[in-house]
Design a protein around this ligand. Structure first.
Ligand SMILES: Cc1ncc(C[n+]2csc(CCOP(=O)(O)OP(=O)(O)O)c2C)c(N)n1
Length: 251
């Protein structure tokens, strides 16, 4: 008798090849989002807005309707898509540079307007695709190719905290920060993604899921060391948890 030990979610192309660096968490994030869509049976009514950065090849992975947004404009594009197709589940998949640097205006205004879309932001504390420059989320002391002595608050300012900022918006319905550094956290991240999608489908407002993720190539750490770095260095700066959750009565 054959036992099924592994299969790809239906929302992922059968023959897709992983193009991310070894140990990068983007692949895990993409997979668990697909699992949630399959489990909720909503792949057919989903439109993804992909962005510029390591997530640019999203259409090579997802067997879903995808719109590609220019760098930073994902939440603006998602706004248009959702307003044109209000019955769809619309989510963005963005890097932290895309969401919180070039796209900060688009992101915050869409959340403030309470657009019924979900932003999934992969926070790897640098610009991954372009070679590891400082991002708005780079933590103090972190060495990047543009902060070779480590980020210095006097010179480069302080890191931006996506969930803390997004949760101040009245239009935000569900905001959570999670991580992929262990199987327990992966399961928790899946639960948070599901809650965000459920909140969107209930018409509650904007939802934001920030996922702390590895970038072993630019961090110059092994995959295992990268997860250790998340626990040791990123958790204290970016605490995990739900930052805002509107109940259905508050809609
Ligand atoms: C308008 C514009 N400015 C700059 C770039 C160059 N660029 C491409 S990807 C990228 C950074 C992406 O970093 P992030 O959004 O954090 O995603 P990651 O690659 O880390 O997943 C930049 C600056 C661009 N493609 N378009």
């Amino acid at each position: 008798m054959e036992t099924l030990v592994f299969q790809k979610p239906k929302s992922i192309h059968k023959d897709c090849k992983v193009t991310f660096c070894p140990g990068c968490d983007h692949g895990v994030a993409i997979r668990i989002i697909a699992e949630v869509l399959d489990e909720m049976n909503i792949a057919d009514k989903t439109i993804v807005v992909s962005s510029i950065g390591c997530s640019v090849f999203l259409n090579d992975y997802y067997n879903l309707d995808i719109v590609e947004a220019p760098h930073g404009r994902a939440m603006a594009v998602a706004t248009g898509v959702k307003r044109a197709k209000p019955d769809k589940l619309v989510f963005t998949y963005q890097g932290d540079g895309d969401f919180a640097s070039i796209g900060l205006g688009e992101s915050m205004h869409a959340i403030s307007r309470g657009e019924k879309v979900t932003a999934i932001c992969i926070n790897n504390t640098n610009y991954g695709m372009t070679g590891g420059q400082m991002a708005p989320t780079t933590i103090l002391g972190q060495k990047t190719t543009t902060t070779v002595n480590g980020r210095d608050a006097e010179v480069q300012g302080y890191p931006i905290k996506i969930c803390e900022m997004a949760s101040t918006c009245e239009g935000a319905a569900f905001v959570a920060r999670c991580s992929l550094d262990s199987s327990k956290e992966i399961e928790n991240t899946k639960r948070m993604i599901r809650k965000a999608f459920e909140s969107q489908l209930a018409g509650q407002g904007a939802s934001v899921i920030e996922i702390l993720s590895t970038c072993p190539t630019n961090w110059k750490l092994s995959p295992q060391e990268s997860h250790e770095r998340i626990r040791k260095e990123l958790y204290p700066v970016f605490p995990l948890g739900i930052y805002k959750e509107k109940t259905s009565k508050q809609v």
